[in-house]
Write a protein that binds this ligand. Structure first.
Ligand code: UDP
Ligand code: MN
Length: 411
């Protein structure tokens, strides 16, 4: 999470702590019942009315803020998941599902050698932005080295993104037959979901990032009745050591391990004594019982199935804590991994986000006289950059250290 998000979190907490709904409502009722025969002199009544007006406005403002926060919290706290789905108009599409593993070898072993291993369901929320495609490519190439893994890629978008689907399909057998010459035939089992954040939350600050997607993935697992294997929430921008996967694979109920590059301590994770988790090192406590990062734990799906109300709420900063509470976690059952939490096997790397670029280049040069037309079209499809005849940053093309007009190359 970013510093800005942390600040927002603190603000929300402040609102919760200092302005409980009941108190502000009482105050407003009190002001409405203000005695009308109060002995005010004419000279003092105007400033007093002014002050009263300001106080009432302030209280209304505070009440409004509190209600806003309360609504957001209560959708999670007081209703079942089905009610939340309905109230928020929450829905997801299954764009594609390829459960079969078409790889022949993983590491130095034939695929069949891994058959007995529990499956890891690796849930990745992702969203459209300039950096999305490169992040996914990087992650895909990591996951390719992991045996018995099913990648649930849930995109924060209403519709299925055809480019991402194509990218994932490159891993499919059909594609393997059709493009036998292609060097990117990978064969990873995956599910592609389109799981947009409900509008109600998209307008909020801070936004619950990646929650709609993870909720959709949990739903997908439930709907397919998958109660075997390991569930892990792996964001699209983190860095994963391959050792992480062999560590989490034998999670009996809930395992935990440190995550590098988190917030002010540059690390977040359990404190372990004599093989037992006794506390947590994390710079943002904020009354979280489980102050851990999303990438810092794994759950066994059989254990999770014991809690049919298990859910990830739309509450920024508290997603992990409330999810782990919903599966009734207690300290005694946590399995410390990564050599008793001494090693960092996952990193909260954050890619710098920038607006997509518009390149100013005349459309008449974007034909098949050169590579430029196809290149720029592909950047457009990936959501990275587009071109315009009269807007954006001028595309300079040079030769021998000198910029030259496009006509020099292309007329
Ligand atoms: N995410 C999303 N929709 C958004 C913002 C983020 O699906 O509007 C995803 C994002 O791709 C990532 C996860 O949610 O996998 C967490 O977001 P981000 O990495 O931006 O947050 P941070 O790691 O800084 O908390
Ligand atoms: Mn991130």
């Amino acid at each position: 999470m970013t510093n800005q998000l942390t600040r927002h979190k603190q603000e929300i907490r402040k609102q919760n702590v200092f302005y409980p709904n009941r108190i502000s409502a009482d105050l407003i009722l009190g002001s409405a019942n203000f005695p009308s025969n109060h002995a005010w002199s004419k000279s003092s009544i105007i400033p007093k009315v002014g002050v009263l007006f300001v106080v009432i406005c302030f209280l209304l403002y505070v009440l409004w803020g509190t209600l806003d926060v309360t609504i957001a919290d209560c959708t999670e706290c007081n209703f079942s998941d089905e009610t939340v789905h309905a109230r928020l108009n929450e829905s997801y599409l299954v764009c594609n599902e390829v459960p079969a593993d078409h790889r022949v070898f993983v590491h130095d072993r034939a695929l069949r050698d891994y058959q007995a291993l529990p499956m890891i369901y690796f849930v990745t929320p992702t969203y459209p932005r300039r950096e999305q495609i490169p992040e996914l490519i990087r992650l895909a190439y990591t996951l390719l080295h992991v045996p018995r893994i099913h990648w649930i890629l849930a995109n924060d978008l209403k519709a299925c993104n055809a480019y991402i689907d194509g990218l994932l399909k490159r891993f499919d057998l059909e594609t393997k037959v059709r493009f036998a010459h292609h060097s990117f035939i990978l064969g990873l089992p995956f599910t592609h979901l389109a799981s947009p954040m409900p509008e109600f939350y998209r307008r909020k600050k801070p936004m619950p990032r990646g929650v709609a997607n993870r909720r959709a993935a949990i739903q997908w697992l439930r709907q397919r009745n998958i109660t075997n294997g390991i569930l892990y929430f792996g964001d699209d921008d983190n860095t994963y050591d391959l050792k992480l996967f062999s560590e989490i694979r034998d999670t009996q109920r809930v395992s935990m391990f440190p995550v590098g590059l988190i917030e002010e301590y540059s690390v977040s994770g359990p404190v372990v004594r004599k093989g037992k988790v006794v506390g947590f090192l994390d710079s943002w406590v904020a009354e979280r019982r489980w102050p851990v990062d999303m990438a810092g734990f794994a759950t066994n799906l059989a254990y999770m199935a014991e809690y049919p109300n298990a859910s990830m709420p739309y509450k920024p900063g508290y997603e992990e804590d409330l999810f782990l509470r919903s599966i009734r976690l207690n300290l005694n059952i946590i399995e410390p991994k990564a050599n008793n939490c001494t090693e960092i096997l996952v990193w909260h790397t954050q890619t710098k986000n920038r607006e997509r670029t518009t390149l100013r280049i005349s459309n008449k040069y974007l034909d098949d006289r050169s590579n430029l037309g196809t290149l720029i079209k592909s950047l457009d499809v990936m959501g990275i950059a587009n071109s315009s005849d009269n807007e954006g940053r001028r595309a300079v093309i040079s030769k021998n250290g000198k910029a030259k007009p496009l006509s020099y190359f292309l007329s």
